[in-house]
Design a protein around this ligand. Structure first.
Ligand SMILES: NC(=O)c1ccc[n+]([C@@H]2O[C@H](COP(=O)([O-])OP(=O)(O)OC[C@H]3O[C@@H](n4cnc5c(N)ncnc54)[C@H](OP(=O)(O)O)[C@@H]3O)[C@@H](O)[C@H]2O)c1
Length: 175
């Protein structure tokens, strides 16, 4: 059976999204996060809410893009997803993600938004969590609900030369 994983990032005040973008858009060290994200999701099925897909410049290449929502929103360049799914209220998310994994014979990574990530964290086999540290906080209009306690074992920690801005990457693997 394939693994169900989650990849996401927050600021230290749980900032998650801002005006359909990432709160730290243009951050000088954002590339580090993209590299980790690309490696973590390579060859997987990526599952996301419709606003997350609409925030992407294009559909994520070499991955199956699955989008949840009642409208079929497109990526910024007009790309469409491989699969659109209007999730019924009583859907068992865990079962559905496993059935996607069985169908495609690939691991599945949930990549946003905030509620979908939070729901999946309850049963995920693996998590890539990047935290952007900026003490004053980033402007945001989407917050991540409080993170479960098990997100916390540092996998890699990087500090950069700037006074107030640095990033750490935390990787948690269940089991
Ligand atoms: N920090 C990060 O790691 C990260 C990652 C991804 C995105 N973002 C940012 O976050 C923002 C978008 O995220 P978002 O949370 O606002 O929206 P989102 O989750 O991408 O989209 C929300 C929509 O997805 C559909 N959906 C289906 N199942 C859902 C479920 N179980 N839980 C929640 N929604 C579900 C719903 O559409 P219907 O109402 O049509 O059913 C809902 O209105 C953008 O600013 C984006 O740049 C940040």
């Amino acid at each position: 059976m394939g693994k169900i994983k989650v990849a996401f990032a927050t600021g230290i005040h749980n900032e998650f999204g801002y005006k359909g973008m990432l709160p730290w858009q243009g951050h000088p060290h954002q590339d580090k996060d993209f590299t980790a994200f690309k490696e973590f999701t390579k060859g997987c099925v990526v599952v996301m809410g419709k606003h997350t897909f609409a925030s992407l410049p294009f559909r994520l290449p070499t991955r199956i893009n699955v989008v949840l929502g009642s409208e079929n929103l497109v990526a910024k360049n007009g790309d469409v997803a491989d699969v659109y799914f209007n999730k019924p209220k009583d859907l068992n998310l865990k079962q559905w993600l496993h059935s996607l994994s069985d169908w495609y014979k690939k691991d599945v990574v949930v990549i946003g938004g905030a509620n979908l990530v939070n729901e999946t964290l309850a049963f995920a086999d693996g998590v890539l969590y990047t935290r952007f540290h900026y003490r004053k906080g980033y402007e945001h209009d989407v917050s991540m609900p409080l993170l479960p306690k098990y997100i916390g074992s540092p996998y890699r920690f990087e500090q950069y030369g700037e006074n107030e801005t640095f990033m750490d990457i935390t990787y948690y693997k269940r089991g």
